[in-house]
Ligand binder design. Sequence first.
Ligand SMILES: C[S@@+](CC[C@H](N)C(=O)[O-])C[C@H]1O[C@@H](n2cnc3c(N)ncnc32)[C@H](O)[C@@H]1O
Length: 291
Amino acid sequence: MMSDKNNFHPRNRHRTQYDFKSLIKSYPPLREFLMLNNHEIETIDFFDPEAVIALNKALLKRYYNIDFWEIPKGYLCPPIPGRADYIHYVADLFGEENKNLRCLDIGVGTSCIYPIIGVNEYQWTFVGSDIESKAIESSSEIIKNNKGLVGNVELRLQKSLDIFKGIIKPKEKFDLTICNPPFHKSAKEAEQGNIKKTSNLRGAVVAKPRLNFGGKNNELWCPGGELKFVNDMIYQSKDFAGQVKWYTTLVSKKEHLEKNYFHLDKLKATEVKTIEMKQGNKITRILAWRF
Ligand SMILES: C[S@@+](CC[C@H](N)C(=O)[O-])C[C@H]1O[C@@H](n2cnc3c(N)ncnc32)[C@H](O)[C@@H]1O
């Protein structure tokens, strides 16, 4: 019996420990990254980017029918279980009617990760936006090379620093929007954040971090960091109130919520929900609102 990974959403397929035998069947090159931990349990080195990429390829093949998944070197390599949790929790906002929704993913990234999960779990269709042409190019390759994504995911390049304007077309409707915002205020802070992440995983502080999940400038930081990004999103969302049923975003810092609530109140959001997600020793949350 595989032990439960605490607190993942009940429908998350990654609640139990990785079944490396079946993952290797799905993606044989994963075999070369397997090692035994101190308890003689099979695992991989989560600090080796190549090993994490191989694990992702295996998970994406095994659970989401993804045959081709490549991301440019040095870009954010998303941990799949946490990304899946976000999709399952926001699906719950729609109760039993959680299939075939139309979703806008703000900042789809190079990995196209949220559309991959949403299309396969709930037959959602997606528009994915990004300010980085590299993200649009890479996600477009992933879509082109996976039959299940073609026709279900459309990508749009955001040419300004706006969030919805220039992406949502006049009269276009979405059931929901999702976003994993860049969270740091500066490149320096992003680097410090990586040291912290590394020490969280290892249980000890390391002076020189090894990048495991990677991440380039636009992915990790923006002026004003997560707080400004989410507050801008809140303000800009009001202009599209009649076109979107639920707006959602990840908020990694709990301290930001008070300010977010203040702005939502000011704009007279009719409903606001905060959904906490616990992944390993990290707690993050989804902020959801509607007008
Ligand atoms: C933390 S990454 C998330 C990537 C991917 N969704 C994931 O979860 O792994 C944030 C992404 O948002 C993009 N981004 C930043 N500002 C944006 C904006 N105003 N509109 C759309 N995308 C933006 C960045 O280029 C980056 O790809």
